[in-house]
Design a protein around this ligand. Structure first.
Ligand code: GCO
Ligand code: ZN
Length: 301
């Protein structure tokens, strides 16, 4: 079998501090993403190449589409509704009220419209933080929150299998991609197991997305790559290297979801690293992968 050759292009070089949570919005031909420490949600129009930004009052770690219009985002320890036109964020629910040093990290909406997101202790440096302070939650369409488990180090990438029967999840400092049985009706998860253990040079697993063949793409923080995994065999199928080491997350987008977008970070890099990697913190587009992705699910509440 021959692998199609991928082409990588830095489409946005505004050098975000920690780009994360890329989401394709088909209706506007745009890529949404966040810059966590800058407290900004960004929307890059792929046709005009213009970026719009909304700044919120706390670190914003993920953004998602909302069925009724606008967006939802995880801001600090709050699930918020984001109105792009008047730049307002309305709190829908708050978590971890007893953990003042916590914030949300990665989040994504499930196929039934629930917004899943996990928390972590705030870092003093990348991957340096008080351990086991995080939990995984979801915000249901009626705005109630369910908690799945605690003891999480860095709650990160998540997605669902194409048949909606498996939930894939990454706690970064476990260096593992895990799977749970998923009950789409109730939103319950069970039977946690590991489907892939990262190799040393792959570094820290961060954001993740699924493709139309049911294979997982994981961005490797400090690894400068995205890897494609077969969750059924536990084998890595492909490695695509990027010109920056702090690759944070990935999603499919563009025409028919045939392009992959990868976010990256510059926070935590020393001056020498920044000189060697001028595109650190940029947004990358990968074409020619030969496999497509699926549209993001919108929050149903
Ligand atoms: O974007 C995230 O998921 C975290 O908020 C980041 O800080 C890094 O990815 C983390 O440091 C890697 O372990
Ligand atoms: Zn992440």
């Amino acid at each position: 079998m021959t692998m199609s050759s991928a082409k990588i292009e830095c489409v946005l070089r505004e050098n975000w501090r920690c780009g994360e949570s890329p989401v394709w919005e088909e209706a506007s031909n745009s890529l949404l993403f966040v810059d966590i420490p800058a407290k900004t949600v960004c929307r890059w129009d792929s046709l005009s190449k213009q970026v719009q930004q909304v700044t919120v009052d706390a670190p914003v770690s993920s953004v998602a589409l909302r069925q009724s219009g606008g967006y939802v985002a995880t801001v600090g320890t709050k699930f918020c509704a984001l109105n792009w036109d008047d730049q307002s964020a309305v709190v829908l629910a708050t978590v971890d009220k007893d953990k003042k040093n916590n914030r949300f990290n990665d989040g994504k909406v499930d196929p039934a419209g629930r917004y899943f997101a996990g928390t972590m202790a705030e870092e003093t440096a990348p991957a340096v933080l008080e351990r086991r302070q995080g939990s995984l939650y979801s915000l249901f369409p009626d705005h109630h929150v369910e908690k799945y488990f605690d003891q999480v180090d860095i709650s990160n990438g998540l997605d669902w299998s194409l048949d909606h029967k498996i939930f894939y999840y990454i706690d970064s400092l476990s260096y593992s991609v895990d799977a749970f049985d998923y009950d789409l009706q109730t939103g319950k998860i069970s039977n946690r197991r590991s489907v892939y253990k990262l190799e040393k040079e792959e570094q820290i697993p961060d954001g993740m997305c699924i493709d139309v063949e049911g294979k997982l793409w994981v961005a490797c923080y400090n690894g400068g790559r995205v890897i494609r995994l077969d969750p059924e065999t536990g084998k890595r199928l492909r490695t695509v290297k990027l010109p920056v080491v702090k690759t944070t997350s990935c999603c499919f987008g563009g025409k028919d979801y045939s392009e992959m977008y990868v976010t990256s970070a510059r926070d935590g890099m020393d001056p020498e690293g920044l000189l060697q990697q001028p595109e650190a913190g940029g947004i990358f587009k990968i074409t020619g992968l030969g496999v497509k992705g699926i549209p993001p699910y919108p929050y149903a509440g």
